[in-house]
Design a protein around this ligand. Structure first.
Ligand code: SF4
Length: 360
C-alpha cells in the first residue's frame, strides 16, 4: 500500500505547525519548542528534542519529517569565503556561499535549481530551469550554513542572489522569508535580507504590497532597451522603462534605498556614455549602484574591463552625486566568486558542468 509522504516541518510556518500539532491532539506551544530546536540549535532529529516528552517525540518522528539539505562538499577560500555544495532530497544539487566581512557576515542562497531568465553573461541561465526550490529548501540553506559555520547564535545577512530568480518562485521565496523571520527561529529582520531580481514586474508589484519586505536589489546591467534585451532577455517582456517606473513607485522607508546591480562587461556596457545614461535613468530614484566587474569564466562570451575602465565608470557616477560601490571579488581561488560556482549536474550527462550560482 502506498504511504503518503509525511508533512515536512521545514516547509511550515509556525502557525501551520501549531495547527498540525493541534490536529494530533497536542498543545500548540510544542510548535515553538520545535522551531527553537530546528532553527536556533540546528537539531533535526525529534529524538534529541529533550524538552518534549518521550512519547511525543516518538509520535512526531512518525508523523513528520524535517527535510534538511545534505552537505556534499564545502570549500573555504583564503579570504574566508566558504562554498557549500548541497544535495536536496531528490538528489538535485545547489550551492550556497558564506561571505565574511562585507562588512557583515552574509549567506548567499539559491531559490531555484537552474534559472529560466537566460541572462547573457550567466552560465546558470544557459542551463535553463530545472525546478523551483521549496520554502524548506530555501530556508534550509540558511540552517545548514549557520550550523556548519557555528553561527546559529550569530548575526548575519541573507542575500537571495544565488542560483535562480527569486520572483520567479515567488510564493516559496516569500514563505521561506517568513519562516526565517519567525521570532522563535532565526528572527531575521527584513533589514538583513536582500532580494535580488532581474525585474519580473507583476511579482515586483506584488512584493511592494508585502508586510514582510526585504531590501530590494535590481539586476539592471544595461542602460538602453536594446542592450538590456540582449543581456537580460526578460527585458523584452518587461522593459527597462517599465522596470524603473516600478522602482520609482516601490515603497521605501526613510533611509532605505534600492540597490542597482550592474555587471561591467568590457566594451559592452562599460563606456562613459553608459555611465552618464545610468545617471539619467536613475534620476529621482532612491538608489545606490553596485558595480560588479565580470568574473570571466569559460562559456561566458564577455570580458572583464580593466581596473581603469571600472574606476572611470565609478567616478562618473560619484561625480554626479550617486552612491556607488565596486564589489571586491571574493573566493576566486575556490571558484566561489560571482559567476564562478559550478558543479556537476545530477540531471545531465556526467561531466556536464553547470553554473549553480551567479551574481547578478
Ligand atoms: S543572472 Fe540570475 S536571473 Fe539571470 S540567468 Fe543568471 S541566475 Fe538567472
Amino acid at each position: 500500500m502506498h504511504t503518503p509522504p509525511r508533512p515536512d516541518v521545514a516547509d511550515m510556518e509556525l502557525p501551520e505547525l501549531e495547527h498540525a500539532l493541534e490536529a494530533l491532539g497536542h498543545p500548540r506551544f510544542h510548535a515553538r519548542q520545535i522551531f527553537q530546536w530546528v532553527y536556533r540549535r540546528g537539531i533535526t532529529d525529534f529524538a534529541l528534542m529533550s524538552d518534549l516528552g518521550r512519547e511525543l517525540r516518538a509520535e512526531l518522528a512518525g508523523a513528520f519529517t524535517i527535510g534538511t539539505p545534505d552537505v556534499v562538499r564545502s570549500e573555504r577560500s583564503e579570504d574566508g569565503t566558504a562554498k557549500f555544495l548541497l544535495r536536496l532530497a531528490d538528489g538535485k544539487q545547489i550551492e550556497s556561499v558564506f561571505i565574511p566581512d562585507t562588512p557583515s557576515m552574509t549567506f548567499c542562497v539559491s531559490t531555484q535549481v537552474g534559472c529560466a531568465m537566460k541572462c547573457g553573461f550567466c552560465l546558470t541561465g544557459k542551463m535553463g530551469i530545472d525546478r523551483n526550490l521549496t520554502p524548506g529548501e530555501i530556508a534550509g540553506q540558511v540552517r545548514v550554513l549557520a550550523r556548519e559555520l557555528g553561527m546559529l547564535d550569530a548575526r548575519f545577512n541573507i542575500v537571495l542572489m544565488g542560483m535562480g530568480e527569486p520572483l520567479h518562485n515567488y510564493d516559496a521565496t516569500m514563505k521561506a522569508l517568513r519562516i526565517l523571520a519567525d521570532e522563535h527561529g532565526f528572527a531575521m529582520s527584513s533589514r538583513r535580507i536582500t532580494l535580488s531580481t532581474v525585474g519580473v514586474l507583476p511579482a515586483l508589484e506584488r512584493l511592494a504590497t508585502e508586510p514582510f519586505m526585504p531590501n530590494l536589489a535590481i539586476s539592471l546591467h544595461a542602460t538602453t532597451e536594446d542592450q538590456r534585451d540582449m543581456l537580460v532577455p526578460i527585458n523584452r517582456k518587461y522593459g527597462l522603462k517599465e522596470l524603473l517606473d516600478a522602482c520609482r513607485r516601490f515603497p521605501l522607508k526613510r533611509r532605505e534605498r534600492i540597490t542597482f546591480e550592474y555587471v561591467l562587461l568590457r566594451d559592452v556596457n562599460d563606456t562613459p556614455e553608459d555611465a552618464r545614461r545610468l545617471v539619467r535613468l536613475l534620476n529621482g530614484i532612491k538608489g545606490k549602484v553596485n558595480l560588479l566587474p565580470l568574473n570571466e569564466a569559460a562559456g561566458i562570451p564577455f570580458e572583464r574591463p580593466s581596473d581603469d575602465r571600472v574606476n572611470r565608470f565609478a567616478r562618473i557616477l560619484s561625480d554626479h552625486g550617486m552612491t556607488v560601490s565596486v564589489r571586491k571579488s571574493r573566493g576566486r581561488d575556490i571558484r566561489a566568486a560571482c559567476g564562478q560556482l559550478i558543479t556537476e549536474s545530477t540531471r545531465k550527462a556526467p561531466g556536464a558542468r553547470l553554473a549553480l550560482l551567479m551574481e547578478r
